[in-house]
Structures are given as structure tokens and as C-alpha cells.
Design a protein around this ligand. Structure first.
Ligand SMILES: Nc1ncnc2c1ncn2[C@@H]1O[C@H](COP(=O)(O)OP(=O)(O)OP(=O)(O)O)[C@@H](O)[C@H]1O
Ligand SMILES: [Mg+2]
Length: 293
């Protein structure tokens, strides 16, 4: 099953390449080249499956995440959204007896090819988990830069990086006078934003967010959503959310997953406006209108 995202974006790539230099401005206005530029290949899955031991959790997911866009993954609990997200940066293989099939193409190469360094993949494709997981005994500042050492990334000015990442994660004002306090001393919502700051410190090309706002109050949620939209100017973002308003506010595309008792499957993927106003599958309409899930 090839998604409609692929269908709608691939022709744009060709169109972008073929526009002559001197005419590009005209085309920019007429044909929304902005969106076309955004449609360069970012991340793509082809016929991806996941298993936990004998349990087939996800079946045949083909999805395209155009570069510098936000895609919302939506669907009822247990349909495989978190599993799918973990497949996108090789976190899935940390789970004992977990297996996968299919391809995950990043910049044209399969991240599961032999010879690909998974540490490098996880640096370039960052992740914020459903449950905040700061290092509780490490202080706030150290938490932000904790990933640098693990990934062997160097920075010339750690303090500036800490401030920048905490600001972009919407946490700076609350913690700037207590950077030496333990990460574990923060509230749940603050810990989640700390984890977002930690992911940003590695300057990833793709950011995977698993319900990043589920523990946040409305004000913090708004700040994180603003951050997501700002980041998408230079980063490809995939966000799992149960909040339909959030999906509508932050995402360019949405993919609806569903399990009918068997493995989770992709029902449809499209521009977010279509998913909410004119979905092709009645199950999508029922879900986004809150009739189940
Ligand atoms: N570590 C694991 N071991 C065994 N089975 C798992 C594991 N993680 C997930 N599963 C199973 O895989 C399926 C998909 O789970 P997943 O966590 O991906 O769903 P989800 O869509 O993220 O749900 P939620 O919205 O509740 O977070 C479920 O049946 C779940 O029980
Ligand atoms: Mg989940």
C-alpha cells in the first residue's frame, strides 16, 4: 500500500528540478514552490512490518515524510504508533525479541543496511519518548548536553547551546536560575521539555516525538507546538498525538493507523486538511470526529 503522501509529493520533486532559474520566482507564486521545496525526500518507509516475538504488531506500512514538514501519526491506543516511530531510528532493536521487515530510507539509503552505524542514525534522527526520561541525578544543564558525549559530538560553547535548546523547548525561563538542580527535580511537563531540549542539542535532521505534550498544561503545550512549527523550517518532524486539535494545528500531513485486532495498519495518509475535512475512508472520518478511539 503506497500512501497518498508519496503520490502527492513525488511529482513535486520533479517539478522543482525542472523549473528554470529565471522563471522560478513566477513559479514560486503560481505553484507554491515553497511546498515543493519542502517535498524533497526526507524519510520514507517501504512495506515495513514489526513483531514482538510472535506478535505481529505492524503490517506493511509505506509512508513518505517529505523533508522539513510535520507529519502527525494518529490512531487508537495499541495500533502501533510508538512501535512505528521506534522503527524510524532503530530504537526498535533495543527491545528483546523484537523484529522488523521492510526498508526505512533516509537520504536515499536504508538505515537497516549492514554497515550503517545505528548510533549515527539515532543522532541524525532524534527521538522524544512518550514517558519523559531525563537522567534524574544529572543536573538540568548536563541533561541537555548528555547526548553529545554519547554521540561524540563536540561543541565550542556548551552554555550557549544549553540556553538555546532550553529556549527552543520552551523551558529556559523556568530553569535559567537552577541549571544545577537535578533533572529529576522538575515536574513531569518540565521533564518532557527537558527531553526535547536534549534531543535538539544534537541538531538532528529528523525529530520523532511520541506524544510530547501528553503531560503538559495548555501553556506549555502551546510553547512546544510553536517550537515544532519553528523547527519544521529546518527539520523533518514526525509526531504521535492523541489530540486531534494538536494534529490539526501543527502537522502538514497526517497518517491514520488502525488495528482491527490484527497488526496495526495504515488506513490512509494525506494532507492534514484532507484528513480532517475530506478523508477517503469512513473509519478515518469516524476517528477524527471522535466517534471511536
Ligand atoms: N515492548 C513490547 N513488547 C511486546 N509487545 C509490545 C511492546 N511494545 C508494544 N507492544 C505491542 O505492540 C502493539 C502496538 O503497541 P504501541 O505501543 O506501538 O501502540 P501505540 O499506538 O503507540 O499505543 P498508545 O497510543 O497506547 O501509546 C500493542 O499490541 C502492544 O501491546
Ligand atoms: Mg504509544
Amino acid at each position: 500500500m503506497d500512501s497518498q503522501i508519496s503520490e502527492t509529493t513525488r511529482p513535486h520533486i520533479t517539478a522543482k528540478v525542472e523549473i528554470p532559474e529565471q522563471r522560478s520566482k513566477l513559479h514560486t507564486e503560481d505553484l507554491q514552490v515553497d511546498k515543493m521545496v519542502k517535498s524533497e525526500s526526507g524519510l520514507e518507509t517501504r512495506n515495513v512490518h514489526a513483531w514482538f516475538d510472535k506478535h505481529h504488531a505492524l503490517a506493511d506500512i509505506s509512508l513518505h515524510f517529505p523533508k522539513n514538514t510535520v507529519t502527525g501519526l494518529i490512531g487508537p491506543s495499541g495500533c502501533g504508533k510508538s512501535t512505528f516511530l521506534r522503527l524510524l531510528n532503530r530504537m526498535h532493536e533495543f527491545i528483546p525479541r523484537a523484529a522488523m521487515a521492510g526498508e526505512v530510507l533516509f537520504a536515499g539509503n536504508d538505515i537497516y543496511d549492514p554497515g550503517v552505524n545505528p548510533i549515527d542514525i539515532r543522532r541524525r534522527i532524534g527521538m522524544v519518548f512518550q514517558k519523559p526520561n531525563p537522567f534524574p541525578a544529572m543536573n538540568i544543564g548536563e541533561n541537555v548536553v548528555a547526548g553529545l558525549k554519547l554521540s561524540r559530538v563536540k561543541t565550542s560553547n556548551k552554555d550557549a547551546l544549553i540556553e538555546d535548546c532550553l529556549t527552543r523547548a520552551g523551558l529556559w525561563k523556568e530553569v535559567k536560575d537552577r541549571l544545577g538542580s537535578a533533572g529529576g527535580s522538575l515536574s513531569g511537563g518540565q521533564q518532557q521539555r527537558l527531553c526535547i531540549a536534549r534531543a535538539l542539542a544534537l541538531n538532528p535532521e529528523v525529530l520523532l516525538l511520541d506524544e510530547p505534550c501528553s503531560a503538559l498544561d495548555p501553556g506549555s503545550t502551546l510553547r512546544v507546538e510553536e517550537t515544532i512549527v519553528q523547527l519544521s523550517a529546518s527539520m523533518t518532524i514526525v509526531i504521535v498525538t492523541h489530540n486531534m486539535q494538536q494534529a490539526a494545528r501543527v502537522s502538514d500531513y497526517c497518517a491514520f493507523f488502525l488495528s482491527d485486532g490484527g497488526p496495526g495498519q495504515l488506513v490512509e495518509a494525506d494532507l492534514t486538511t484532507n484528513i480532517f475535512s475530506n478523508p477517503s475512508d469512513t473509519r478515518t472520518a469516524d476517528y477524527v470526529q471522535g466517534r471511536f478511539g
